[in-house]
Design a protein around this ligand. Structure first.
Ligand code: GLA
Length: 375
């Protein structure tokens, strides 16, 4: 759990934003909910190259005090600091990448006190799995040899099945798709000459790959778009409150890392309610770490389940269609016996029903009802 600069700030990242974000993570209470990593994405270094020692250089205009001082500040507030690079000559935004400099860069970041690396895959061969494995493995080893503990986040977008080799390459999480935009459906991003992934599609990817995620190696559905409301670097069409809630519910169910992408210095009450719900976050952080899967489809509605460490069952009922629907959750569909059980609405924090065999629900368009069922 944490925050990443890209979705809102893109190229306009700087040390003031990072410091203020650390401050607000504390003052808003987000820190107490477990948001821990503060990650500086692309565009942090001098763009036209390395220094005379071959080192990456923080852009002096964006980071006048350097990254080490920033890491010290972030650590003093109880957070960890993340940084970004790319397994090729250049990053996605055209800044120097780390190919051929893995050890040197890992040591430099370690000397600054960096705790997390997001490692992208722009300008690298798109359809050569062996090369991808080799490049990520090399950086994984460099991080391990750096003398500092790093969380290694692979950002290969899923083209070469990092869910199959990410752990072996030293990765702790791997992106499973291209960039998720602030949109329910995929959208054509003219400026980027590519499709932005919408939430509706991510839901299918989460189901396809559910068995590959787990403790120590997580399917990463991408940074959260909660709270963007059509603004920022990856602005899409924006979404309704229920759609953002579905987005959050499904990232939680899928055990995806939860990296906030909005400007939390301007946190509104709706967004805060989605990011700071203890019972919801407990489902994401559950000790078993079993990503949810779809167990039933009823027209455009779906029932997903996720087994929890306290022997409860998280159940999400999603309506992906555009009309409100009545859905009946049957005990046998979610793998439970016809014995008494309690259903708790996790978003509302309320016990909603005692049932044995069937639980009728009304689910609005694009809504997800998140339940915890205890037998
Ligand atoms: C890629 C990644 C994004 C972001 C940008 C930065 O598109 O998938 O998450 O890091 O690069 O340029």
């Amino acid at each position: 759990m944490g925050w990443n600069s890209w979705n809102t700030f893109g190229h306009n990242i700087n040390e003031t934003v990072v410091r203020e974000t650390a401050d607000v993570l504390v003052s808003s209470g987000l820190k107490d909910y477990g948001y821990q990593y503060i990650v500086i994405d692309d565009c942090w270094s001098v763009k036209d190259g390395r220094d005379s020692h071959g080192d990456l250089v923080p852009d002096p205009e964006k980071f006048p005090n350097g990254v080490k001082a920033l890491a010290d500040y972030v650590h003093s507030k109880g957070f960890k600091l993340g940084i970004y690079s790319d397994a090729a000559e250049k990053t996605c935004a055209g800044y120097p990448g780390s190919l051929g400099f893995e050890d040197q860069d890992a040591h430099l970041w370690a000397s600054w006190g960096i705790d997390f690396l997001k490692y992208d895959y722009c300008h690298a061969p798109l359809f050569d799995q062996a090369v991808a494995i080799e490049r990520y493995t090399r950086m994984g080893k460099a991080l391990r040899d750096s003398g500092r503990e790093f969380l290694f986040s692979l950002c290969e977008w899923g083209n070469q099945s990092p869910h199959l080799w990410g752990r072996k390459a030293g990765g702790h999480m791997w992106r499973v798709s291209g960039d998720v935009f602030d949109s329910w459906i995929n959208i054509w991003m003219k400026d980027w000459n590519t499709y932005g992934i919408g939430i509706d599609v991510s839901i299918d990817i989460a189901n396809d790959l559910h068995e590959y995620g787990g403790p120590g190696g997580w399917n990463d559905l991408d940074m959260l778009v909660v709270g963007l409301k059509g603004k920022g670097q990856i602005a899409g069409n924006g979404m309704s409150f229920l759609e953002y809630q579905t987005h959050m519910s499904m990232w939680v169910m899928a055990c995806s890392p939860l990296m906030i992408g909005c400007d939390i210095r301007k946190l509104d009450a709706d967004t805060a309610s989605l990011l700071m719900n203890r019972e919801v976050l407990d489902v994401n952080q559950d000790a078993l770490g079993i990503p949810a899967s779809r167990v039933k489809q009823i027209g455009r509605c779906e029932i997903w389940t996720k087994r929890l460490a306290d022997s409860g069952l998280a159940v999400s009922v999603i309506n992906r269609g555009s009309r409100g629907e009545d859905v009946t959750v049957k005990a046998r569909d979610i793998g439970l016996l016809d014995t008494p059980k309690l259903a708790r609405n996790v978003w509302a924090g309320q016990d909603v029903a005692d049932f044995r065999t069937e639980l009728p629900l009304r689910v609005e368009p694009h809504e997800t009802i998140l339940l915890k069922v205890t037998q």
